[in-house]
Design a protein around this ligand. Sequence first.
Ligand SMILES: [Fe+2]
Length: 409
Amino acid sequence: MNETTKRKDTFNWQHDKEKKKQFLKDNLLKLTDEEMAIEINKRWPEDGRATKGSVVKQRPRWGLLKPLGGIQKNSSIISESLGIVLEETQKQVLEWLKKESLSVGEISRRLDRSKETVIKILDNLRKDGYEVSLEEETRQVVLEREIKREFHSIELEPLYRKVCKIMLISDTHLNSKEQQLTLLHTAYATAEKEKVHYAIHNGDLGEGQGLYRGQEEEIFNFGADNQADYIIDVYPRTKAFKTYIIPGSHDWIWMKKFGYNIVKKVCREREDLVYTPGERSFSLRGLTFETLHPSGGMPYSRGYRLQKLIEGAIGDFITRIRAKQLLPENIPQFYCAGHLHTALWMSYLGFHAYMVPCFQSQTTYLRDKGHHPQVGFYIINVYYDDDGNVNKIKHDYYDYTSQIKKNDY
Ligand SMILES: [Fe+2]
């Protein structure tokens, strides 16, 4: 309460009421409340002492409201930031509301104006585009999107409650003279030591045969059965985790020729290897992967292929959701592609996407196409919450390119 309102109103407003009312009305736009109090005291000295506060109280009782911002000159200002012309009073209310929510009564007291005037001011603010509202429960006037002044960090522990370690490998091309079997065994020893939960092999488990001219010069086992037996025999064995394998284009060649699924055959003979139909998502430990062995060569920009694949996959997901073949919660968090013998990670359109490198050194086929293979693998540490939101990933990229062996067969 300010000093003015503390003063006792001892002025007799009822005596000569109509004249006093007319005086206030006539001077509403000409005099300030203080000036009116002085003039009234001059005219009706016998009725006591009118103060600014008593004028302010009496006016609304007689329905005499001052225009917003009062009658002072230069009562309007141009908001520097928004270029919006605001009355002084409106501006004052806006400043208060930016800092805190207030009741209409509190604004009325602070402005020394009636609640009706406050409501008009709030209406004007709304007309000017400010999201001012009156909360029903608290009866507080709130400026939406008010500037926050306090920020509290969120609780991190639930975000990282679940942890999964996954090995991503691809394109082992076993039976190729350029295979890197020693490094593949080294990779599995590393994965065991790192205690991965499972491995995903993104295709081209074996080299196949007859895919391009001159391939015969680059393989040392011929025929589907021979190649399958060799893979069953030499592929690293572990009891620590399972490897989920999708077929790649070099594996499918036997399917095209003889209807022979070499990856399925190998996985039947090995308990630690699991045949995984490609190009459809699969889920493990609450994480869902879309694994793919695409076709085609490397585009001009290395990330472009992955980008386009993800965009295509999103279209596919939308279609399947609409057809009620896929629940939104089953949309994969990960997108993994083999085939390009290249390492790349990108976070794009809600996916953590990987191009997974290989275990095959340079072939004449790749050399002719101007590709340089990256030999290695990923171990990714995924931290996620109970809803499957991936909130942190730690990638360990093992680059074995400097360690490639000649004639490792
Ligand atoms: Fe490949």
